[in-house]
Write a protein that binds this ligand. Structure first.
Ligand SMILES: N[C@@H](CCC(=O)N[C@@H](CS)C(=O)NCC(=O)O)C(=O)O
Length: 216
């Protein structure tokens, strides 16, 4: 049965390219697993949506009989038994994937919400030092290696690099050359390019549907 990935029916320009279904699309492309996309409305949260994602967010997936929410849990489930979760490094891959979600992304979101959604420069400036500290610490931990857990790219790198795209695009990695190179290395992978193109095409199709329904 084809895996189903659910995302929003439409979002404004700002999060396009960053809606978290991108990380699931990216992994599915890396794995060569076919999937189809379904949508839920961004604004009206239905009981059916909440039954599948209790926080009324996206993404969530249906993989056979299994419905899963939380992008990290989805990535762990899909990567299991593949080259992106090498058996001899499984605990380290899980550790870094959880570090991405729990020790990096919260500091990024604390900065992103005032900076990019709230246009609150003062609020963002207050949070920036803590985010910068995490980014410095992450670069030190990477320690000149190409990838977080060894010689090969894993699902932990996929998630960490996805999270680091926003700091990279907002100048926060300008002085952190090894970390910036890490993000570039990860996002240069064809699977990321395909995932990003597909997500952007999804929003364009939504715009076109909206224009037709409004008779433009
Ligand atoms: N921890 C969740 C976060 C999901 C999340 O923040 N989703 C965003 C889109 S990227 C969302 O649905 N935002 C709208 C909302 O919270 O109503 C995950 O990683 O899946």
């Amino acid at each position: 049965m084809t895996l189903v990935l659910t995302t929003y029916d439409w979002v404004p320009d700002m999060p396009r390219g960053f809606v978290r279904d991108i990380r699931v699309r990216w992994l599915l492309e890396e794995l060569g697993r076919p999937y189809r996309v379904e949508t839920v409305p961004l604004r009206e949260k239905s009981p059916d949506h909440i039954a599948q994602q209790p926080f009324a967010q996206v993404p969530f997936i249906r993989d056979g009989d299994l419905t899963l929410f939380e992008s990290g849990a989805i990535l762990l489930h899909l990567a299991e038994g593949t080259d992106l979760m090498p058996a001899d490094r499984r605990p380290q891959v899980q550790q870094w994937l959880i570090a991405a979600l729990n020790s990096v992304e919260p500091f990024l979101m604390a900065w992103v919400i005032p900076k990019l959604f709230g246009k609150d420069e003062a609020g963002a400036a207050r949070r920036e030092p803590l985010l910068r500290k995490r980014l410095d610490q992450l670069q030190a931990a990477l320690g000149g290696r190409d990838w977080l857990t060894g010689d090969s790219f894993t699902v932990a790198d996929l998630l960490m690099a996805d999270i680091l795209r926003i700091p990279a695009q907002n100048g926060l990695l300008d002085e952190l050359h090894p970390l910036a190179a890490y993000v570039e290395r990860a996002t240069a992978r064809p699977a990321f390019g395909k995932a990003l193109a597909d997500q952007m095409a999804h929003w364009r199709a939504a715009d076109e549907r909206q224009a037709v329904s409004q008779g433009k």
